[in-house]
Design a protein around this ligand. Structure first.
Ligand SMILES: NC(=O)c1ccc[n+]([C@@H]2O[C@H](COP(=O)([O-])OP(=O)(O)OC[C@H]3O[C@@H](n4cnc5c(N)ncnc54)[C@H](OP(=O)(O)O)[C@@H]3O)[C@@H](O)[C@H]2O)c1
Length: 307
């Protein structure tokens, strides 16, 4: 038997429990991965409460989690790459990553560079590929100015760094305690709250070309009010505003980047060109505490479970 996060109904954090389940058996091109680290994301909380049931339906008992890093411990009969003992970064498409053991298709894995910590490797997939998709969707050109809301959070901390790598001037919206981290990554920090529009304009003498909203709650409207054309606004969360104003929602519910982009991000991290701040690490058994922290919505970087 092996431990896995499960829940039987939509609800708050207290529906989450740790179950003893049968050891999964890899079929076809799956491998069994012993999970060393698995990130948590706000979208998982929204799936769990049922808030996203129209977009992401659930069946019960439900597992949870996409991000993962770990060690290959068993191969399916058709696996032609990866060996037992390989250290890998990847993702579960079956909401099964918050567990000691998880089945993963080999196409959803990439080797873990030796010099990346388990915590960082396990935190990459959802936030990293979302930020990658958002930054690519607005096609930044060198010297353009982009604003990022939620700039120090899971998605935002990747997005600001990827936008800087694209040569953009980046304005990051965050509370004061995250300003030094943003500055240290070449980002102009701006406090959110009353007067944020004026503060953004004061820091953007060449105008604002694009806006990545990684927080929701009115930033799409703010971007449009600041004169950013709808096609250069991307929101990772405000789907109602996106439908109303025709802004982008990359990476959307389909076509998210996969293992190739994970490999690209991992290489940047291994080279010291991309930082993933780890806000906190919890044992798998403390999954409720981990989400309680995440759902306060002031995480700097990523929270990770370590089975
Ligand atoms: N579409 C997709 O595929 C996809 C994928 C991943 C995430 N998402 C969504 O994208 C959003 C961001 O995800 P995440 O993982 O980055 O979340 P997160 O890590 O929980 O974001 C936390 C950040 O939000 C900031 N924040 C809090 N209040 C704010 C405000 N009023 N204005 C601006 N920033 C504020 C916090 O900054 P301070 O600590 O400085 O206050 C903190 O750094 C979530 O809504 C998530 O559901 C969508």
């Amino acid at each position: 038997m092996t431990k896995a996060v499960r829940y039987d109904e939509f609800g708050g954090i207290d529906v989450l429990r740790i179950d003893e389940v049968d050891r999964p058996v890899p079929a076809g091109t799956q491998v069994l991965v012993q999970v060393r680290a698995t990130g948590i994301n706000p979208g998982e909380a929204a799936v769990r409460t049922g808030a996203m049931r129209d977009i992401f339906p659930s069946t019960f008992p439900s597992g949870q989690g996409s991000d993962l890093a770990g060690v290959v411990v068993e191969l399916g009969p058709d696996v032609d790459r990866f060996s037992v003992g390989d250290e890998v970064i990847g993702f579960s498409e079956l909401r099964a990553a918050h567990a000691e053991l998880v089945l993963v298709e080999i196409d959803n894995l990439t080797p873990k560079p030796e010099n990346i910590s388990w915590e960082v490797a396990g935190a990459l997939y959802i936030a990293g590929t979302t930020a990658w998709g958002a930054v690519h969707s607005i096609q930044l050109e060198k010297g353009e100015t982009v604003v990022v809301s939620g700039a120090a959070g899971g998605v935002g901390s990747f997005a600001v760094q990827l936008a800087r790598r694209a040569g953009a001037t980046v304005i990051g919206l965050a509370s004061e305690r995250n300003h030094e981290w943003l500055r240290s990554h070449g980002v102009i920090p701006v406090a959110y709250g009353d007067g944020v529009g004026e503060r953004i304009e004061a820091n953007a003498p060449n105008g604002i070309h694009a806006f990545i909203d990684a927080y929701g709650g009115g930033y799409v409207e703010l971007a449009l009010a600041l004169g950013v054309p709808a096609e250069w606004v991307d929101t990772t969360i405000d789907f109602a505003a996106a439908a109303k104003y025709g802004v982008k929602t990359e990476p959307g519910t389909e076509g998210r980047a996969g293992a190739e982009v994970l490999a690209e991000l991992a290489e940047l991290i291994a080279d010291g060109q991309l930082e993933v701040p780890i806000a906190n690490v919890y044992p798998l058994t403390q999954v409720r505490r981990a989400y309680a922290e995440l759902e306060r919505r002031h995480t700097h970087g990523k929270i990770v479970l370590m089975p």
